[in-house]
Structure formats: C-alpha cells, structure tokens
Design a binder for this molecule. Structure first.
Ligand code: SF4
Length: 86
C-alpha cells in the first residue's frame, strides 16, 4: 500500500437483506428438491440428465424446478438417468 492510499473504516462485511432473501429462496428450493451435497448410492448430479457439463465438478442444473449451480457429487429427488442412445 502506498502512503497516498486512503484507508476507510467500513466495518466488518456482513450479509445484506438481499443475501437473506436469496438464502431463504434457495433454502426452500433445496428443500423442495430434497437436494443433498452427497450422492444417493450410484445416483449423483454428474450422471444425471440435467447436469449440463459432465466434464465439470460444478455446473448448471437445467431441471426446470432448479436452474442453479450444483456439484457433481450432489443429488436431488429429480435425478434422471441419461439414456444411452440420447
Ligand atoms: S436434477 Fe437433481 S440430481 Fe439432476 S443435476 Fe439437477 S440437482 Fe442434480
């Protein structure tokens, strides 16, 4: 830091109302989907039809009731098998 850089005391960062709103919305969404951050036996996001990029550990789930980022090892009740000839 140079001597001319002003230092402002902005306090410790804290969640804003929008963060609490989003947290609640996403919490309900996860609850409805029974979304878990771990596989359910052999079923997991990375081998689900709705997992967009199967080469990635984290990607977009395009299930119409979710449309969020999910981890490859996660699972939800809407898991669907990828058809071999799809
Ligand atoms: S539908 Fe469920 S299991 Fe499938 S990718 Fe989305 S969150 Fe994962």
């Amino acid at each position: 830091m140079s001597e001319t850089t002003p230092v402002y005391d902005v306090g410790a960062p804290e969640p804003q109302p929008v963060d609490e709103e989003l947290s609640m919305k996403l919490g309900h969404l996860a609850e409805d989907a029974i979304l878990r951050a771990k596989p359910n036996g052999d079923e997991k996001c990375s081998n689900c039809l709705y997992y967009l990029d199967t080469d990635s550990d984290l990607t977009y789930c395009w299930h119409p009731k979710l449309r969020i980022l999910v981890g490859g090892d996660w699972w939800c009740q809407w898991w669907e098998e990828i058809e071999e000839d799809a």
